[in-house]
Write a protein that binds this ligand. Sequence first.
Ligand code: ADP
Ligand code: TRP
Length: 327
Amino acid sequence: MKKTILSGITPSGRLHIGNYFGAMRQHIELQDQGDAYYFIANYHALTSRHDGALMERHTLDIAIDYLALGLDPSHCVFFAQSDVPQVTELAWILGSLTPMSLMEKAVSYKDKVAQGMTPNVGLFTYPILQAADILIYHSDIVPVGADQKQHIEITRDLAVKFNLAYDGDFLRLPEASIVEAVATVPGIDGRKMSKSYGNTIGIFDEGRELKEKVMAIVTDSTPLEEPKNPDTCNVFALIRLFAEADQRDAIAERYRAGGYGYGHAKKDLLGLIEDRFADARARRKELAADEDRVRRILAEGGSMARERAETVMEPVRRATGLIRSFH
Ligand code: ADP
Ligand code: TRP
């Protein structure tokens, strides 16, 4: 039996190359290794964004980005979380079985509040919604970053609690598959690339904007003619992600030999970024010009996801004794 792979992507701004190497690339690769379900987690985004027009825009933009980068709706089910209302239904049921202490132990709420997010109840119960996202499709494998590990453990806990409370195998226990980012991708100031630090290079940046960002990457001030250490250089940390092995080694050699300045390295990096994303950029433009097509893809994915969700939800509803007088 093929395993069900599921992951969610929060639509919260323009995607950057840290997101690409830390998450998106693996999602795209995994679509051929099982029954993959990928959704845009707009209910999750609602815990921190309250502008309807912007929410819709970000949702479509992220869909376009993923499709442009190679997510193929004929190889995976790609949809918006809000197209599966069973998720919020299950989240309520799970919430009624969740001890307060379990939520109080969750670190992501504390982290987010520490970062300045408004401490609303949605943010606090976010892991319960995430558990419902996962359990509603009988997911086997959940590829996520290490920061999400606790949420998968909470998901397993809640599945066990439900199955015990209602005495049956209603919900399947998922496994986390921790996506090891190749490395933490540095931003132009050398800290972790993150939209909260304003130090990102966007996947779809191009032309002058892209050039300016690459040229702004922080380096030390070793003079051009002197040998340089590639392993401590932010520019090389990015080159390493984009270049093939032989090209990477050749550039490292030039660093060590001297006579190769950071300006040269930045130019090489710029070329590599442009090449890597050239096709995706062209596809993105096509998709952006045909948004109806993108909406149709999400609608079809949503319909498949709902169908699957209903097969899990129906026995759950029956077990919990929640009467439903319509179909
Ligand atoms: P941001 O830090 O910009 O808010 P998110 O927290 O939304 O990014 O991250 C979405 C995904 O991208 C996560 O799986 C995360 O692990 C990955 N990711 C984000 N930034 C980086 C980075 N600099 N290096 C590697 N992976 C990253
Ligand atoms: N919480 C995840 C993040 O911040 C996004 C997400 C929501 C998710 N629901 C999920 C990931 C279900 C995996 C499975 O990145």
